[in-house]
Design a protein around this ligand. Structure first.
Ligand code: HEM
Length: 182
């Protein structure tokens, strides 16, 4: 996984829990990278899982909650780092529908070693989008946080429910119900 995913995570940990926590996490996890991430490097995605599990142990906050908060934060960073993907996009659903066919395609051109999930999308009603996430990395909690961050960025609230594993294709379906801004 690209270094940006790690550097953004450690910056979030530092801002919420302090630099000592970052140092403690890196020291406690036996990371092949030794925590020396650069934005353009590529690292084993299990390192992020190890870091989050350790953070959960130390903060007593559940791993899924930490991953979701991280996903939401990451979306905010994407708005700053990749403004080109926001041009002409009018709402959160349109943005989410662009991830598979446009955004992650461009990300793959920028970073050929990126390992990206795939998404199927279906507008099931005006205010309801079904997104099915497929990835061997099982970062569905990060995906949920990214979706929530995206809807917020475009000024909407949302309720996200999971339909559970989509057994035929092995994906996880999110139903995103749009609501007025919270
Ligand atoms: C400006 C918007 C976006 C950019 C620039 C972007 C870019 C990236 C990058 C660089 C990675 C890391 C790939 C790797 O390290 O190998 C990634 C992974 C990922 N992206 Fe996106 N992404 C964007 C939007 C989204 C949105 C809206 C979602 C959710 C619907 C999403 C879901 C994910 C997930 C869950 C991963 C983790 C890898 C996995 O699950 O297999 N991304 N993305």
């Amino acid at each position: 996984m690209k270094g940006i995913i790690f550097t953004e995570f450690l910056e979030l940990v530092e801002s919420k829990f302090g630099l000592d926590m970052v140092d403690d996490l890196i020291a406690a996890c036996d990371l092949p990278s030794r925590g020396e991430y650069t934005a353009v490097g590529t690292y084993d995605h299990r390192e992020i899982v190890d870091l989050v599990v350790e953070l959960s142990r130390r903060t007593e906050l559940p791993v899924p909650d930490l991953l979701q908060v991280y996903g939401e934060h990451l979306f905010g960073r994407f708005t700053v780092l990749y403004p080109q993907f926001f041009a002409g996009v009018v709402d959160g659903f349109q943005f989410l529908e662009n991830v598979e066919g446009y955004i992650h395609v461009e990300v793959k051109k920028l970073y050929p070693s990126a390992e990206l999930p795939t998404f199927d999308h279906e507008r099931i009603a005006d205010d309801r989008l079904r997104l099915v996430y497929h990835s061997s990395r099982h970062l569905e909690d990060v995906a949920e946080g990214l979706i929530r961050g995206c809807m917020k960025h475009f000024g909407s609230g949302c309720e996200i429910t999971r339909e559970g594993a989509d057994s035929a294709a092995g994906g996880i379906a999110f139903i995103v119900a749009r609501s007025p801004a919270p």
